[in-house]
Design a protein around this ligand. Structure first.
Ligand SMILES: [Zn+2]
Length: 508
């Protein structure tokens, strides 16, 4: 499988305003206390995220989202237990990962506890420990309030300006050539020179992040493995289009620091789990490497000697072959590869679950909802990895709703989805599916409210107000037959969201 280490891990941050020399002389010393308040930082993060949700390159892939967020939650928990994360910060911030479809190897922390992870990064990391090391480093930038200090450094910039700068930096990281063409001379240079945290901040994020690994259940060697990968990318790709590679002190000091922290004679880290290898394969397929590459991956299991390869090579190859065939609309080939995958993951509960989810996805794409449901039955889902009676996972829940919407029985899922969004009100995808389920159950008022809540979850308050008002109209037209409890919920929510909208408009 072609794995281009296209770029280094890039931490996006900066400003297009201050000239370089001035900005550097103003860098605050570590611990000088000047930082943005937590609530201002969260609001800034929400503003940025609202724009990213509108960008089709940011995807809600339930399977990858659950995997990456699961690793991340373990680190957040460890940070809290080690006293790196105050209860106040944990409560105020989002601690949410956004997946970008981008092929570049990149992860970044944003204000307010939001984090971006590119599929390109997931596609190249060899183990969950390596992926966790990047997440731990980024998490520590936030818990150590590095972002708050960088923001405070921007002095009198309004939230609107700060948000625009960060979005500009994100766009520049995605496409350096286009971003440079848009900016004029000195300004482009200023942006590039300000994209990074200070060296001290980087080393602190390494040190604190490293300390989270073991308590969170990861091998600390993941840091070393990841740095080796970045160094390799640095050698291959030092062509000037990635300022981080030229200016960032990754290669010597940071690597030496990490090596010195691994105790002599430490046990070798465990090999990659099959589940991890499947997730990396999924990321590589979903980042759209092109039709020719997909075709190669579909054909790979037919290679001579394929069956003699080790399981750790066969399993991701089967996974990629299946999902690439789905993307190409070749369902016969997809089903054939899935059978190979299922045979190879027998006996590994987590990998077998991923194969079932892939089976459901395949059959949904093929338009065979009943077949999709056979992969998602309670008895099947409640396998060895799940306790009886435990709620189903988010990927199962979403796939099952999609399948039942097709068979006309989505009403079955309204209850579980309603329970889910009560504890996860920011899950826009779940709200959207709940809206469809209510629609199918002939509950148009509830459907409209769920649509409105989906917009609230994306911080698009104007669109939400629009839907709530549509709900009020609907209730009025319904007269005595209307659902009065639902109508009064809509009135209350409309007022709440209108005041959020007002607040949003006031923060310029
Ligand atoms: Zn960093």
């Amino acid at each position: 499988m072609g794995r281009a280490l296209a770029a280094s891990l890039l931490i996006v941050f900066g400003t297009a305003q201050a000239p370089v020399a001035l900005a550097q002389s103003q860098l605050p010393m570590m611990g000088d206390g000047a930082e943005m308040t937590t609530s201002a930082e969260r609001k800034l993060g929400d503003r940025i995220i609202r724009e990213l949700y509108r960008d089709p390159d940011y995807i809600d892939d339930a399977v990858l989202q659950e995997y990456v967020q699961g690793l991340f939650q373990a680190l957040v928990q460890a940070a809290q237990e080690r006293g790196e994360l105050s209860p106040e910060l944990q409560e105020r911030f989002a601690w949410q990962i956004l997946l970008g479809r981008d092929r570049t190897v990149n992860a970044f922390a944003l204000p307010g506890g939001y984090f971006g992870v590119h599929l390109g990064l997931i596609g190249v990391v060899g183990t969950r420990d390596e992926l966790a090391s990047v997440l731990a480093h980024e998490l520590s930038h936030v818990t150590q309030r590095h972002i708050a200090r960088l923001m405070a450094q921007q002095g009198r910039q309004t939230p609107l300006m700060l948000g625009a700068m960060i979005l500009g930096a994100l766009a520049a990281a995605k496409n350096p050539a286009a971003a440079q063409a848009m900016m004029v001379g000195g300004q482009a240079l200023a942006v590039q020179n300000q994209l990074n945290f200070s060296r001290d901040m980087e080393r602190e994020a390494d040190r604190v992040g490293f300390g989270l690994m073991q308590p969170a259940g990861f091998a600390p060697q993941g840091f070393v493995g990841m740095f080796d990968k970045l160094q390799q990318a640095n050698r291959i790709n030092d062509n000037g289009s990635w300022p981080y590679l030229r200016s960032h002190p990754l290669t010597t000091q940071r690597i030496a620091d990490m090596h010195s922290r691994i105790p002599q004679g430490a046990a070798a880290p465990a090999p990659a789990t099959l589940e991890h290898l499947m997730m990396a394969a999924r990321a590589r397929v979903l980042m759209r490497p092109g039709v020719d590459t997909w075709r190669q991956w579909v054909a790979e299991p037919q290679d001579a000697g394929f069956s003699a390869r080790p399981l750790a090579q066969r399993v991701p190859a089967w996974y990629a072959a299946t999902l690439a065939a789905v993307q190409l609309g070749n369902m016969a080939a997809a089903r054939q590869s899935l059978r190979g995958l299922q045979a190879d993951v027998r006996g590994d509960a987590a990998a077998a679950r991923q194969a079932r989810l892939l089976g459901a996805e395949l059959e949904l794409a093929a338009g065979d909802a009943p077949a999709a449901l056979t992969y998602l039955q309670d008895s099947v889902v409640a396998g060895a990895e799940k306790k009886a009676g435990a709620p189903m996972g988010r990927p199962e829940m979403l796939l099952r709703t999609q399948a039942l919407l097709r068979t006309g029985a989505a009403a079955d899922m309204a209850g579980p989805l309603q329970t889910w969004v009560t504890s996860h009100p920011g899950d826009a995808t779940a709200w959207q599916l709940l809206a469809q389920a209510w629609q199918q159950q002939k509950q148009p008022l509830r459907a409209v409210r769920a649509e409105a809540e989906a917009q609230v979850a994306r911080y698009d308050y104007a669109a939400a107000v629009d839907r709530f008002k549509a709900g009020q109209d609907l209730a009025r037209r319904g007269g005595a037959a209307a659902d009065h409890i639902e109508a009064s919920i809509i009135d209350t929510r409309l007022r709440a969201v209108q005041s959020l909208l007002k607040e949003q408009a006031a923060e310029r």
